[in-house]
Design a protein around this ligand. Structure first.
Ligand SMILES: [Mn+2]
Length: 269
């Protein structure tokens, strides 16, 4: 019964943050995201980067109807009562050239400072900006950023050869990142770099995405919020009207919502 209620009435919150949706990539859970967006109403919707996966689209053109519907749902909110701010990530970094531009009521910002209802200032950025800090300190630090840049250049050459041989694209950066990512301390280093930035920028906390690890915690007195993603986690951050922030795992709830109603009907019958 309560489930039906949550479906019938849209939940209203002050703000929603989502990141790492990866539209245009086959791993994107657009269906879940659509379900979530349709259930929610908010004053502010923050798109925290990697919303469209241009990297994946470049490799393979994939754009099913569900992905259109997500874009339409977001634009629909932007047209009505929601302020939509898009902070691009590394997979949609082409949009970073348009900092300050408003497209179809969607404001594009390289980064943005949001003030919560209880007066906390939160810096919003995608998070790939901390890759260099994390990678330099962990792995690339051994050889220096100049060499890392050279490696990326060599990576381009390697892929040119691979293309000539009809082989798939192979990313050195992704490979290194994956290796470092697998290390237990990658996430810790990332989070610490984020907290350091929050301190330098004199904000109470930072909201980001990028590493696909949903999280709310305090590090060295600064708030660390990670939106997670819509590839595996299906998570979002919500700001309630009193300023408290909640991390929700939508897929878990969606499962409950799709499995429970038939049972209720059964009982009723
Ligand atoms: Mn990213």
């Amino acid at each position: 019964m309560t489930i039906e209620k949550t479906l019938a009435f849209k939940r209203h919150v002050r703000s929603i943050w989502i990141s790492d949706v990866h539209l245009g990539y086959s791993g994107c859970s657009a269906e879940h995201l659509l379900g979530f967006l349709r259930q929610m109403r908010c004053e502010n919707l923050f798109l925290v980067g990697d919303i469209v996966d241009f990297w994946s689209l470049k490799r393979r053109r994939y754009w099913p109807q569900d992905h259109n519907n997500v874009v339409r749902s977001i634009l629909g909110k932007a047209k009505h009562d929601t302020r939509v701010i898009f902070v691009p990530g590394n997979h949609d970094e082409v949009m970073r050239d348009y900092d300050g531009l408003t497209l179809g009521n969607v404001e594009i910002r390289d980064e943005y400072i949001h003030e919560t209802a209880d007066g906390r200032r939160l810096l919003i950025m995608h998070g790939d900006q901390f890759d260099s800090a994390v990678m330099h300190s962990r792995l690339i630090g051994l050889v220096g950023s100049k060499l890392y840049d050279s490696l990326l250049y060599i990576n381009g050459l390697v892929n040119w050869v691979r293309r000539k041989l009809g082989r798939d694209y192979w990313s050195l950066a992704a490979f290194l990142k994956e290796r470092v990512k697998n290390a237990v301390d990658y996430i810790e280093n990332f989070e610490r770099a984020v907290a350091r930035e929050a301190k330098v920028r004199k904000v109470d906390g930072l909201v980001c995405g990028h590493i696909h690890r949903p999280q709310i915690k305090t590090i060295d007195g600064r708030l660390y919020f990670n939106c997670g993603d819509w590839v595996e986690s299906c998570t979002a951050l919500l700001e309630h009207h009193d300023g408290t922030i909640e991390l929700i795992h939508y897929a878990d709830r969606a499962e409950v919502i799709t499995t429970l109603p038939p049972r209720i009907t059964e009982q009723a019958a």
